[in-house]
Design a protein around this ligand. Sequence first.
Ligand code: DC
Length: 227
Amino acid sequence: MKTLRIAVDGYASTGKSTLAKRLASALGYLYIDTGAMYRMVALFAIRNSWASPDGINAVAINAALDQIHLGFARDAQGRNRAILNGEDVEDAIRSMDVSRVVSAVSSLVPVRRRLVAQQQAMGRSHSVVMDGRDIGTVVFPDAELKLFVTADADVRAQRRFAEMDAANPGSVSLEEVKANLLQRDKEDRERLDSPLLLADDAIVLDNSKVSPDELFDQAMQLVSKVS
Ligand code: DC
């Protein structure tokens, strides 16, 4: 069987990860959440006082990249866990503190170079489903299938709020979540290095009005055409 790369790009909280995880599991491919990698770098920066909503210390973050080891593991239930320097940080990276600074951290060119190289290495020997912002444009411009997932801002905010509120009841408001999503979309779209763009050959899937099952079926039909 040939090695396939499936890129799943799109704005924040469109349901990309849910779709990508499900595709990977159905196909027996590796699933890679590249947003988690940028979130881990952002968490490392926050812990060292190099990132806050007031700004980031780009020089310090760029100089520390050799000390940041990123990995993934599965827990007993088979769920993905993000591992930063040996520590399970899956819950910590989903916090609003990280969401507030991650777009700024991910705009640093040395950070992107480092993470993109790691992502490309992961896709070299395995079939992968990788979700992010620049997978179809920069990481795997020759991916066999490129999906770009969109959804209405209100649907996305509600979805993200429900996840965050379930993990930490009362910690955030719906308005705060929506404002953060829109701000990140803007920063991700406007950054100079590898901005969030729709690749010419990407197929847009709108997740505003379909169920997770319908979205998955649409994607699987597209996969069947390239595999
Ligand atoms: O997918 P996510 O919302 O967890 O991603 C968090 C941030 O990481 C997102 O706002 C922008 C950045 N990111 C990126 O720049 N490139 C990627 N391939 C994935 C995420």
